[in-house]
Design a protein around this ligand. Structure first.
Ligand SMILES: *Cc1c(COP(=O)(O)O)cnc(C)c1O
Length: 231
């Protein structure tokens, strides 16, 4: 695991924040409308602590198990810390996911939605849900197909009563992301959903131009995964 240099995380975070502000301003949006989800997957708790010291409170992890190893102690210390699940959720991890995350961004299939609804009913905790849309229709990627998204959203909200706040997507690496962000925005608009989680280190400024309310940024905050922290 790489050495975490708190000063680097602080400098990276300041830079990402100012770029978010500039992108929001350029899009004619108040910068308070765009939340930074700092993606800490593969990075040690020390990196998260460095970000917490800079006032960052919103974090994303893509594996339930890794989040459980890293976050419970930090949460006790920082009760206002919020954790987003941004990776695929297996049905055998639902209980832990509902217990430990504040937002589940990857509701991607009916069986998962049904199991989430049952678990929320059982335990009384109701993390906010985002529906993942496979905007690139990539066979290997999770998410509802764009053509099936309206029906899936309606099913999650109306039949299952899930607290659906919005949508998320991960565009194909080789595509122009703007097309995917525009598509996600349109699906959210026609379904009356306010939250748009889109944009990563390479393209979060473009996502902000297309209406992102949450950008999920890992590398640009914590450095490359498995390598030294980079500016
Ligand atoms: C890892 C990850 C990110 C952050 O990616 P970076 O390119 O490091 O910013 C965002 N979203 C998801 C779903 C991820 O898995």
């Amino acid at each position: 695991m790489e050495e975490v240099i708190a000063a680097d995380v602080a400098a990276n975070l300041a830079s990402v924040r100012s770029r978010i502000e500039a992108a929001a301003r350029a899009a004619g949006r108040p910068s308070g409308e765009v939340a930074l989800v700092a993606v800490s997957k593969t990075h040690p708790a020390a990196g998260v602590r460095a970000a917490l010291a800079c006032g960052q409170r919103l974090f994303g992890e893509n594996r339930v198990q890794e989040a459980l190893e890293k976050y419970p102690d930090l949460r006790l210390e920082f009760p206002d810390l919020k954790l987003h699940l941004i990776g695929p959720l297996q049905t055998n991890k639902i209980r832990e996911a509902v217990a430990h995350f504040d937002v589940i961004e990857t509701v991607d299939r009916p069986r998962l939605a049904e199991a989430l609804a049952r678990e929320m009913e059982r335990c009384g905790r109701r993390p906010t849900c985002l529906i993942e849309v496979n905007t690139g229709e990539e066979p290997q990627k999770a998410g509802a197909a764009p053509a099936a998204a309206d029906a899936f959203i309606a099913d999650c909200r109306d039949r299952l009563g899930l607290p659906v706040a919005g949508l998320m997507c991960i565009p194909p690496a080789e595509d122009e992301p703007a097309l995917h962000f525009a598509l996600l925005r349109e699906i959210a608009r026609r379904n009356g959903l306010a939250v748009l989680s889109m944009g990563m280190s390479a393209d979060y400024e473009i996502a902000i131009r297309f209406g992102a309310t949450h950008v999920r940024v890992g590398t640009a905050v914590f450095g490359s995964r498995g390598g030294p922290v980079q500016a």
